[in-house]
Design a protein around this ligand. Structure first.
Ligand SMILES: Cc1cc2nc3c(=O)[nH]c(=O)nc-3n(C[C@H](O)[C@H](O)[C@H](O)COP(=O)(O)OP(=O)(O)OC[C@H]3O[C@@H](n4cnc5c(N)ncnc54)[C@H](O)[C@@H]3O)c2cc1C
Length: 361
């Protein structure tokens, strides 16, 4: 039996952040992940600048490791097929990383025991301890296993799941002459019903293309149309033959679903924390990983429901439940939104600064 103070299920940004902070506070921490690192993650790899201070890291320190860090100073946005608006910033507005590099770097930096190739199947409470896979015993379990996290399943009623964001993306090496997308200027293409968007994000020699939508109705058609659109407008070549990967996650905020129980907490995608407007989930993953570790450290080793309440309450404030509008209201908002998105001022102040960069809150 492996014994530890805290077992973290999932070594993505949420898990590695919590692991590092607990280890620095003297906890004996184990991370179990079903993957072997470096592992890839279906993601555009776009980061808002606030991510770096949350990691106690500067962009320069990350770049100095030799890993890809693309600076972003502008965005091209359009409703798919419509007129594009280019919004320029006088400073670095954002960054793009490659998840296979970023996640491995963060997990190594956490400096804890990592059990790779370890698929967590069973989680049970035995008196004041957690027993995982009948082979790991921990006082505290942190569920950081993403959308399909087994710890989240243990805590939650699966019939109560809100509509997920479904997404597909491909990341591949591309030559300069094969794409018009510049590294400093990612392109965002909003679906006409504004229920999702597609993107092209260049990171050095790599291009990441993808599309995410609320719910999976008609998703295959949206992907097909997007690929045809990219090729027709010569935005990027060979997109259809790239290897596309799909994934789903929640961006509906913390509502009535539990994020804590005695000796257990959920963080990152396992708690459904991606921002509903942009789908950005790396920053909430890191922020919630920090918050979980800080709560446990402040509670001095205690982890009963009462001790973990500050964590649950702060998460609910940061991620209030997203309002679910009825279909006619959604259609009306989409029609108005399509008109507003022709306005450079609306695009900058609302779409980019407020929804995507979250600098205007
Ligand atoms: C197509 C797409 C594009 C996206 N683009 C962006 C973007 O540009 N910027 C952004 O901020 N966010 C983006 N997101 C969201 C972002 O990827 C997630 O919110 C983020 O990865 C959440 O981090 P996490 O640590 O919670 O989970 P993850 O990064 O998913 O890590 C979970 C870990 O748990 C492990 N695991 C899962 N199940 C088990 C198990 N049973 N046993 C053991 N280990 C397990 C997995 O192997 C994985 O390593 C995107 C998502 C998608 C789908």
């Amino acid at each position: 039996m492996i014994e530890c103070d805290a077992l973290i299920v999932g070594g993505g940004p949420a898990g590695s952040t919590a692991a590092r902070l607990l280890r620095l506070a003297g906890w004996d921490v184990v991370v179990a992940d079903r993957a072997r690192f470096p592992r890839d993650k279906v993601c555009a790899g776009w980061l808002t600048p606030d991510v770096f201070p949350l990691l106690d890291l500067t962009p320069d320190e990350y770049r100095a490791t030799g890993l890809t860090l693309q600076e972003i100073t502008a965005f091209r946005t359009s409703v798919m097929g419509g007129r594009a608006i280019e919004t320029r910033y006088p400073h670095v507005a954002s960054y793009a990383i490659r998840r296979c590099e970023f996640d491995t770097f963060l997990l190594q930096r956490a400096g804890v025991r990592v059990l790779e190739d370890t698929f967590v199947r069973t989680v049970r409470r035995d008196r004041a301890k957690w027993i995982v896979n009948e082979s790991i015993e921990a006082s505290v379990v942190i569920g950081a296993g993403g959308h399909f996290c087994p710890v989240a399943r243990h805590l939650r009623d699966a019939t109560d799941e809100p509509v997920p964001i479904v997404a597909k993306e491909a990341e591949f090496r591309i030559a300069e002459q094969q794409t018009r997308v510049s590294g400093t200027t990612p392109e965002l293409f909003f679906c006409r019903d504004l229920q999702g968007y597609a993107w092209c994000v260049r990171k050095g020699d790599y291009l990441n293309v993808g599309i995410g939508r609320r719910g999976n109705r008609g998703f295959a058609t949206h992907i097909r149309d997007f690929v045809a659109f990219l090729e027709r407008h010569r935005i990027a070549a060979d997109v259809a033959s790239a290897r596309w990967h799909g994934h789903a996650y929640l961006g509906s905020g913390v509502g009535t679903r539990p994020v804590t129980g005695p000796g257990v907490m959920l963080i990152g995608d396992a708690a459904g924390l991606a921002y509903p407007e942009s789908g950005e989930g790396i920053r909430p993953a890191i922020e919630s990983g920090r918050l979980a570790a800080e709560t446990l450290i402040a509670a001095n080793g205690r982890s009963e429901a009462e001790d973990l309440r500050p964590f649950a309450e702060t998460l609910r404030c940061l991620h209030p439940p997203a309002r679910e509008n009825p279909a006619p209201v959604r259609a009306a908002l989409s029609a108005v939104g399509r008109i507003l998105m022709n306005s450079p001022a609306f695009t900058k102040r609302v779409v980019l600064d407020r929804w995507f960069l979250r600098t205007a809150y």
